[in-house]
Design a protein around this ligand. Structure first.
Ligand code: CA
Length: 225
């Protein structure tokens, strides 16, 4: 997997590439708009991580030109700008995710993983994990071929788990995934708990293995025991 990091703060660019390289990604960096623009014209990337404020240009413009060359590259915006307009604009022009600085590198890594997995899912009509099958087009879920009725949030939660298999997810990131920015922390953390409890019960009832584990003090992880 090849990742381009477009970031003019050198320290941050280095910590991202160090971290991502250790995670097994091939990382390249660009510290200016011009350099980044040239790279995306010349090379293919699975994902680009792009800062919005560059010394010689704007990250949004870069995303727009990237979209012309490669529609398949995943795009994650990293920015100190926390305005809703920026987030919306980013999504509108085709970026996949938006992370506000400062952030934990593990969070960035989780987002990149999830993005790449979602993109991989895109090529398939079904997502499978052991005896669980999800058909995204119809939002149907089966356990060993048996249909399972899930609520919308339980379904979203299952898909989020599947696209982050073996990744420790914090309760907050799960809440953000389910409710976006409109989360009221205490309430939504309780709701995460109850949605997980229900999802787990419904899957177990149909004979699924027990794949949701809680990690004390952190959150949850979905995967083989
Ligand atoms: Ca910057």
């Amino acid at each position: 997997m090849k990742v381009l990091v477009v970031e003019d703060e050198q320290g941050l660019a280095e910590s991202i590439t160090d971290y991502m390289s250790k995670e097994g990604y091939v990382c390249e960096t660009a510290s200016t708009f011009r350099e980044a623009d040239e790279r995306i014209y010349l090379y293919n990337y699975d994902c680009i991580i792009v800062d919005l404020t560059l010394p010689d240009g704007d990250g949004f413009q870069l995303i727009q030109s990237l979209k012309q060359f490669s529609a398949t590259t995943g795009i994650i915006i990293i920015s100190a700008r926390n305005a809703l307009e920026d987030k919306l604009k980013g999504l509108e022009i085709g970026s996949d995710d938006y992370l506000t600085k400062p952030f934990h590198l593990s969070e960035l890594n989780a987002r990149v993983k999830s993005l790449l997995r979602r993109r991989q899912f895109g090529g398939h009509t079904e997502i499978r994990f052991q005896e669980i099958t999800v058909v995204p087009q119809s939002r149907n879920v089966y356990v060993s071929g048996q249909h399972t009725t899930l609520s919308r949030k339980e379904y979203d939660l299952l898909l989020y788990f599947l696209s982050n298999a073996d990744v420790a997810l914090t309760k907050v990131s799960i809440a953000e995934h389910l409710w976006g920015d409109n989360i009221d922390s205490a309430d939504s953390l309780d709701m995460v708990y109850s949605h997980i409890k229900n999802l787990r019960r419904k899957l177990l009832e149909k004979g699924s293995g027990d794949y949701i584990r809680s990690i004390y003090g952190i959150g949850y992880k979905f995967g083989l025991p």
